[in-house]
Every structure is written in structure tokens, then in C-alpha cells.
Design a protein around this ligand. Sequence first.
Ligand code: PLP
Length: 395
Amino acid sequence: MKSARDIFFQHIAQTTPFALGIEVEKAEGSYLFGPNGEKYLDLVSGIGVSNLGHGHPHIKEAIHQQVDKHLHTMVYGEFIQDSPNKLAEKLVDLLPESLNCVYFVNSGAESIEGALKLAKRYTQRTEIIAFRGAYHGSTHGALSVSGNETKKRAFRPLLPDVRFLHFNEESELKQISKKTAAVIVETVQGDAGVRIPKPGYLKALKARCEEVGALLILDEIQSGMGRTGKLFAFEHFGIVPDILCTAKALGGGLPLGAFISDLKIMQSLTEKPMLGHITTFGGNPVSCAAALATLEVIEQESLLKKVEEKGQRFVELLQHPRIKEIRRIGLFFAFEFESEEEVAQIVEGCLKEGIITFWFLSNPNSFRIAPPLNIEDKDIDWACSVIRSQIEALD
Ligand code: PLP
């Protein structure tokens, strides 16, 4: 009989030769449990998904209730269903007035695809401006606006008319012009290693977009849903996007994404020709029930208030001369070291001690943590002591 490991490595397509290969039997709160008594503290929340930890009882209850009512009933946009309706109403209540129309999709990449298409239809322009270091997903359109050249090269030709600027370089913003349909940017660049916008930068970017009539698409797929201490990261920077992309933590552990804009923009997908974006499972009722429960927990447990305090606790406990830089906003961290080898030693060493940290796609000298927003202080203290001892043990 084949072991779970054999099946995983032989019959599930592998995307890297270095899969962590942790066997998961159960997950609860900030912890994952294996079949042979293994226990891991999840400091990355399944890469920005389990922002309320694993298996929050309120989310599970909402899922069970929805499963008893109905699962998928029809492709996106035809039937009126309670759970996507309630979620859309809740989201637009929590967002600025101009973000009042939600298109539900399945994933982050699909929300990017939808947003790019929407911007092209609305402006009737073709140029997209994106940023070096960006990661927006792995489908053709999302890859076209992502920065990592080695990951893109083999898939060319990608979308035409895409230009890249340096993130945080205000002097380059004049390259956004009347030809530009949209500027797409992560509010905080995630896979580039938690790059936070300089004061005033996003305001200047938004002002330039307004000046030339380009739409601003903010990708909050990783930085949204409380990760930075605000429900969405743009709230820190005094701007409102024309289109907001969200996914990952939105679904509370089930697959769900959304792109959100003003109705007058969104309507351009409805006509000439109609069906400007089509999706079968977008807004799946069970995913939407989980998402609504997620937003309710964030509110009921006042989770956003504690994010900054917990973030600072990590920083205080993780001071060490071998760390070249800590980049942090809320509970979204990159720890920068001298070399890739040091990072590998720490990530692998932590894993042996039962702590999950992870690499970045486009920043080999840093490792990431993005723990559940409700991680307990005692778990923070233990995690930091393990990480510190791994740093002490560096060659
Ligand atoms: N945008 C950002 C900022 C992301 O971090 C990711 C995934 O890591 C995506 C888009 C793509 O999301 P998905 O993997 O759900 O397609």
C-alpha cells in the first residue's frame, strides 16, 4: 500500500522540488496536527488565508448551516441567494461609498483578471502599469502584471501593453498617461518581501491616476482582511482605489475572491457585449457564508485592535544583530538576513522545532511570518524564542 507521502509526491502535481510535505490531519486555532502526534505552530496562516486561525467555531457553524440549506445552485449572476447577498451587503457597508458593487470570483488571480478586464472595458484603453517585484497570481493576465521575470519568461507572449515602474519611486509616476487603462499595485507588496509604501506615495499615485483618467486597482489579496491592522490596508494611506481585489482570507478558509468597484464602473461588464466576465463557482454560497462569518468574527472579537500590539510584541522579542531589517505592518512581516543560506537555515530549523515560517517568491534573503490575527501571546513568546535560538545557531 502506498503511503500518504508516496501518493502526494507521485500523483499530486509538484510545483517545486522542495515541498514542505507536512502531513496534516487536523488544524485548530494557530496549530496544525499530523497523524503521528506532530504539532506545528502556523506562523504563516496558510499564506495569508487563516487570519482567524484554523477552524474558527463561528465559521464552521456558518458553513454547516449553509450546507444544510444548499450548495451550488447556478452559475454566477443568475439566481438570488441569501449568502452572497448578505456578504455583498456587509462588504459594501464596511467599505467607502464608491466601492459599492462586488463581483465574486474563485481566487486571487481570478479577481485580478476580472479587475484588469473591467478597467480595459471601462476606460476603453489598453495600457496597464504594474510594479517591479509585484505578485498578482499565476494565470496569464495576472502573470503579465507580476514582476518576477524568471517565472514569466517561458510563458511569453503574455499580455501586451504592460509597463513596469519601480515601487515607491514617485518620480516615475509621470509615466502613467492618458493611454493608461489602469495602474495595478499591491497596497503593501507581499512577495517582494513586505514592501510598505512611503508616506504620501499612494496619494501621489492616486492623484496621477485621477489626472489622466486611469483606474487604480489595489491588490489586497494578501494585505487585506485585517492583516495590517485595518480591514483593508489602503485605510492606512488615505486613498480609495477604483477597483479593490480581495481573496485569500476573505473566504475564511474556503476559496473565494472578489473585485469591487463603483456600480457605474462595474456596469461596463454588463453590456456591449454582455457577460464581460463569466464564472461558474464565483460567489459559491458556502464560501460566502464562511466569508460573512469571518467578517463577523473580526468585528465581534475586536481583532483589529489587537493586531498592532501583537505585531510589536514580535518585534520586541525578535531583536537580533544578525537581522538586517524587519519590515512590518500589523502582523505582516519580513525578516531580512545577509544571505539566502541563512534564511534557509532558520526556516528549516524552525520547522524541526514545530514552527512554520516560509520563504518569499521574489526575495530570497528574507523569510516571512503572517500569523493568525488571534495568535495567543504565549504562542508569540514561544515562537520568538525558537526563532531567536535558530538565529543564534547560524554558522
Ligand atoms: N495577489 C497577491 C498579492 C497574492 O499574494 C496572491 C497569492 O499569493 C495572489 C494575488 C494570487 O492569489 P491566488 O493564489 O488565490 O490566485
